[in-house]
Design a protein around this ligand. Structure first.
Ligand code: S3P
Length: 173
């Protein structure tokens, strides 16, 4: 029988990929990261996709990846920080999984992403301003979608994963 996916949402630098991998190991589920999946499929990295196709082109690919990945069932899925911006993605995630929002402050994001070159949206004069704007737009969407909200500031990924496990509904274990 197909069971629900466990889906991680939250901003860049909230730890979705690391925590998702840890959860998958603990729960003996397969782990997928939608950005990584897109990179594997296209054979180029995310910055290159943004260069060639713009953000809109990336978002189309992201929706296709989410459709395919959520269809698998029984996986742990780390989504990109902007996945919640499209209505069709939100509907897809909501109907196919138990959604965990990794709630992270801009301060913490900046600490974790200081030297990052792989996030096209951060290659700007003022990353703080950009992150604040994105969070202001997206946080209401993260909150609305979340079945579970976990604050992650100043916590190691292992601690966050250990906090999540006992809060999962029994049918997911
Ligand atoms: C994005 C977040 C990134 C990646 C792309 C766009 C966003 O994923 O999908 O650079 O719009 O916030 P992470 O959240 O894994 O960094």
């Amino acid at each position: 029988m197909r069971t629900k996916n466990i889906i991680l949402i939250g901003p860049m630098g909230s730890g979705k990929s690391t925590i998702g991998q840890l959860l998958a190991n603990r729960l003996k589920r397969e782990f997928f990261d939608s950005d990584f999946f897109i990179e594997e499929r296209t054979g180029v990295d995310i910055p290159r996709i943004f260069d060639i196709e713009g953000e809109e082109g990336f978002r189309i690919r992201e929706t296709r990846a989410l459709e395919e990945l959520t269809g698998k069932g029984n996986i742990v899925l780390a989504t990109g920080g902007g996945a919640v911006t499209r209505k069709e993605n939100r509907e897809l995630l909501q109907k196919s999984g138990f959604i965990i929002f990794l709630d992270t402050s801009v301060e913490q994001q900046l600490e974790r992403l200081q030297h990052d070159k792989k996030r096209p949206l951060l290659q700007t004069e003022n990353p703080r301003e950009r992150l604040e704007k994105l969070l202001a737009e997206r946080k209401p969407l993260y909150l609305k979608l979340a079945d579970l909200r976990i604050p992650t500031d100043r916590k190691f990924a292992r601690k966050v994963a250990a906090e999540i496990i006992p809060q999962l509904p029994a049918y997911l274990n």
